[in-house]
Design a protein around this ligand. Sequence first.
Ligand code: PHE
Length: 353
Amino acid sequence: MKSMLGKLAAALKEQIAGCNDLAALEIFAVERLGRKSEFNNLLKGLGALPAEERAVVGSMANRLKQEVQAAFDAKKSELESASAGALAEQERIDVTVPGTRPQKGHLHLTTQAIQEVTDIFRRIGFTRVRHPEVEWDWYAFESLNMPPDHPARDEWETFFVDAPVSVKNGKMVLTPHTSSGQVREMQKKHLPIRMINIGKCYRRQIDVSHVPMFHQFEGLLIDKNVSVTHLKGVLDYFAKTFFGPDRVTRLRPFHFRFTEPSFEVDISCGICLGTGKLDGGAKCRLCKEGWLELGGAGMVHPNVLKAGKIDPEVYGGFAFGWGVERTMAMKSGVRIDDIRVLYKSDFRFLQQF
Ligand code: PHE
């Protein structure tokens, strides 16, 4: 019995010493040292020995068991620290290696223009607002003095939304201009009004100078004793701040259903400074006659005020609405010969701005 124990213990210690990975050691522990192992069976057999022999063999067995356990523990911790070392080596980080820089982006040029426009008007007391871009016909047309079937509506090549028609507000549309925010703003019942509504507009049009989704900014001022002079002052202020101190605006008579009188707003050309001629006497190629067209404006029509439940005998105001893309293209002086490139997400184009 003694020699069997001694041999087995020696064999176990040898096997432990030969083990060189943790998983194998675990399996070894179960098979060779566990409850059903040969070693354990031998130890169990001790009970059957005569008393005096049992004391001697028992104490030897205990010692051997401790030795095997100690060998096992030592091996285990040796293998564990080796694997931690290997991991540390594998995952070593050299903090002195220069990093890979993430690509640096910037805001889209339309967003940049919107921020600049917002800021310019904020300085003279206009608050930036947003109104729905999926809108009722009533706000986009009817409240703006354009009854159903009025031919003036043709100008706004409108997308209609396939949604239930409202008895009060008519069909739903993708708003074709930011003027749909005028009566919505009046309905807030905060007078006087100084709003700058900037948002997306949609028209069924696509070619080199049109995209079906574009942006407009709409100014609306409602107060007592407002005149065209105020409109002109605000437009000139914007032109000088946005385009440069040497620029001026010009109002040209026009017609909109929702303003009276109505105007087209032109800005003096930045190349020929409003003369239409270049230094050598040749015609300016950008504007041909000294002026560039910016967009529409006018004094708010009494019917629009009435639609917004404002008394036109007491209050009056002006409005203007221009395309963001167009205005920004004019500023940069960059002749974008196909406006669609703005929304193609082509980095080669976008990264230039
Ligand atoms: N909403 C008009 C357009 O889209 C522009 C405009 C706005 C005209 C405000 C007059 C007053 O063409």
